[in-house]
Design a binder for this molecule. Structure first.
Ligand SMILES: [Cu+2]
Length: 64
């Protein structure tokens, strides 16, 4: 899935977003693109669960 994460602006945000997704699914592949503020996630977790995890971390996301 590809997500837009508008509040992700720096390396700290990138790390927080990656951590939130990895905590949900340790086997997830997470590719953050900071300039476009998007995240490409390969995971078996449901999209809703990923969105909830990011929101809980302070980074609301929307599917692209
Ligand atoms: Cu930041």
């Amino acid at each position: 899935m590809k997500l837009n994460v508008p509040d992700m602006t720096c390396g700290h945000c990138k790390a927080a977003v990656e951590k939130a997704i990895i905590e949900l699914d340790s086997t997830a592949d997470v590719r953050v693109d900071l300039p476009s503020r998007t995240v490409e996630v390969t995971t078996t977790a449901a999209e809703g669960a990923v969105l909830n995890a990011l929101k809980a971390e302070g980074y609301p996301a929307t599917p692209v």
